[in-house]
Design a binder for this molecule. Sequence first.
Ligand code: ARG
Length: 224
Amino acid sequence: MDFSFINDYYLSYIQGAGVTILISFMALLFGFIVGLVACVCKISNKSVLKWIANVYIEVIRDTPLLVQVMIMAYGFPMILGVKYPTMFGYDDTFTAAVMAMILNSGAYIAEILRSGISSVDKGQMEASRSLGLTYLQSMRYIIVPQAVKNILPALANEFISLVKESAIVAFVGVTDIMFVAISVKNSTYNGFGPYLFAALIYFVITFTLSKLVGLLEKKMTVER
Ligand code: ARG
């Protein structure tokens, strides 16, 4: 096993880790907004909104992220002439990849939010309505505070998934950890070390995060 490549390429790996974390963070943040909108539409009583939200959530969750990233990066620019703006000094495929990740995460987050809300016993809504609170007041003061306890750990887990799933963006040329590993393998003909090193970095990031999620979960159950 040859790990001499680390000396020459560790800076690239660090940069790659930055890209991976940046993409995952943006996907979580903006995915949350998209997911919230989709969730509100899904639980609303307007059937058009419900239908749109359902189609969005199902299409995203039932097709591979790789395909979504490819369509966003190559498909839309080709058939619709879409031009993505650049950001953070990366090229337009970076933007396309981030947008695909946001849309993907939004669908998963919509379901996290919905199941968080429906995990609160129906009696809570009935009780608070019978005390004279309006639907929105019940949501604001009774349902959402209880739902947050289920939602926060699940959102943290979504971030962990995003860190790992984002490896797919390497296939449209975004220079994340995986992309660096592939490039190092191509230039050193070392087919094992570069990937192992990438795995180690992913592991360190996700292991740290999952320990934090564990702490968060513990804290939330004590408070119950
Ligand atoms: N790897 C799966 C796919 O290609 C799961 C994606 C999960 N995405 C997420 N935001 N949790 O579709």
